[in-house]
Design a protein around this ligand. Structure first.
Ligand code: PMV
Length: 302
């Protein structure tokens, strides 16, 4: 099946762009793409739930230029393709919400193309190709989104290094809640870069603090110490506030989740809007946190 996983970042968004580690987990939602040979002279991509239709034709698809550019990049990986494709994407993730929808679509499109053209490719190549797809959307992506979209599971990611899978026992239970649209991840990444250029020492220190939080969080996860894991999420959120990545609404949601019994909560992904995540323990806390977050927007079991 041509599938790409969505993801949430537990620790380390943004600092991962600057060479620090991030800890991420694929979510149960993702993207499935089906490809069929088409008699047309262009490959088309239909993103069903978003009512988006685009193709690799010369004319720009108004409003979806980035997706069209990415589709052309994907199609160009098959210079000897004997026919064009009709691709249909079923996206079961909120778009532009910090859950890695663009990377998941990219991975699923590339896998659907392989399937349709009868090619067998290692995941490592899907990861590399999907990074080219991601560059269209994020400019300077660290690769964490498309690594998670490709491999799934839970892992520690450092730019330029192979993904280091983690299998925590007991498993953790997370809720994600959507605060509303965010400026593009590319804009948020540029804003952090500008802050870093203006104050390399201060912002570099924040990145290092986040790196330490990632390592403490990883050890807590491996030890099954979910209380420490939760405090690490809180500590990471504080650093993301300092990097001007949070919003009043995200902060209210984080506070509401904690007040309702979450062990920890933070924004996830690019920030400036999008999603936050909360770590919940038992069934009761899960229901209470879900109810506390519901008035703010859609809540997802991830
Ligand atoms: O795509 P998003 O919004 O989940 O953000 C990806 C994570 C960042 O660290 C903000 C960017 C990157 O390339 O790692």
């Amino acid at each position: 099946m041509a599938y790409g996983h969505g993801k949430v970042i537990l620790f380390g968004e943004h600092s991962v762009v600057h060479g620090r580690p991030a800890l991420a987990r694929a979510v149960s939602q993702g993207v499935e793409v089906r490809g069929k040979p088409s008699p047309a002279s262009v490959t088309t991509l239909h993103i069903d739930p978003w009512k988006v239709d685009l193709d690799t034709g010369a004319a720009a698809n108004r409003g979806h230029e980035a997706l069209q550019r990415a589709l052309k990049i994907a199609r160009a990986f098959y210079p000897k393709a004997p026919f064009e494709l009709t691709l249909r994407a079923d996206v079961r993730l909120p778009g532009g919400a910090g859950m890695g929808s663009s990377a998941a679509i990219g991975v699923a499109v590339l896998r659907a193309m392989d399937e349709a053209y009868g090619e067998v490719r290692p995941d490592e190549d899907i990861f590399k190709r999907s990074l080219e797809w991601e560059k269209v959307f994020h400019g300077n992506p660290s690769g964490v989104d498309n690594a998670m979209a490709t491999y799934g599971g839970m892992a520690l990611y450092v730019r330029g290094q192979p993904l280091a899978p983690l299998a925590p026992s007991p498993p953790i239970r997370l809720l994600a809640a959507y605060s509303g649209p965010s400026p593009s991840t590319e804009r948020m990444v540029s804003s952090v870069r500008e802050q870093f250029e203006a104050d390399p020492q201060g912002v570099g220190r924040l990145f290092d603090e986040i790196r330490d939080i990632v390592h403490t969080g990883k050890s807590a996860l491996e030890a099954g110490d979910h209380a420490t894991l939760g405090s690490c999420m809180d500590a990471n959120h504080e650093r993301l506030i300092k990097l001007k990545l949070s919003t009043d609404k995200l902060n209210q949601m984080v506070a509401a989740a904690r007040a309702a019994g979450a062990l920890g909560a933070k924004l996830t992904g690019g920030g400036g809007g999008g999603c936050m995540i909360a770590l919940v323990k038992g069934q009761e806390e899960h229901a209470a946190v879900k109810a506390a977050l519901a008035p703010f927007g859609p809540v997802y079991d991830v």
